[in-house]
Write a new protein. Structure first.
Length: 150
């Protein structure tokens, strides 16, 4: 006598197979991501010191705007203070390597600075920060340059 398969057990077995298949995909993804990260981290180990080069006080060449950068961490964080000449609230700041360039990113959120941003590339040959200032209130971009003052 043949037994009929239990439909509940069939659904459960299908769910288990799907769950195992999904788990295998995530495990493979984690392994591949870990392998990729270790390949990426090897050249970056020597570059971890690079963000220290932007630590200091910088003055914008077209005015008295001061950008003070401190405490870069290996995970891309960076403490920034901005003065014009009074302190302006910095809502976010950080650094990143992009296409071989060390970039400093700063977002301002204060009266007159509703999300204005700096995207600056460090130029080691001239010891300058050069990039774009996006003035959010006017929706305009300006090329800017900062020279080290300390």
């Amino acid at each position: 006598m043949k037994m009929k398969p239990d439909p509940v057990l069939q659904v459960w077995a299908t769910d288990v197979r799907m769950t195992l298949r999904g788990a295998l995909v995530w495990i493979l993804f984690a392994i591949m991501a870990g392998a990729g990260a270790s390949m990426i981290d090897r050249p970056a180990i020597a570059a971890e010191v690079e963000p220290l080069k932007v630590v200091g006080r910088w003055q914008r060449t077209d005015g008295g705007y001061i950008l003070e950068l401190t405490n870069p961490t290996f995970d891309g964080r960076l403490t920034a203070a901005y003065f014009n000449p009074r302190p302006i609230n910095v809502s976010r700041s950080g650094w990143v390597f992009e296409q071989g360039n060390l970039l400093v990113l700063v977002e301002l959120r204060d009266q007159g600075y509703p999300g204005s941003t700096y995207t600056l590339a460090y130029q080691p040959d001239t010891d300058r920060l050069v990039g774009i200032y996006f003035q959010a209130a006017a929706q305009q971009q300006f090329e800017v340059m900062f020279q080290r003052i300390e």
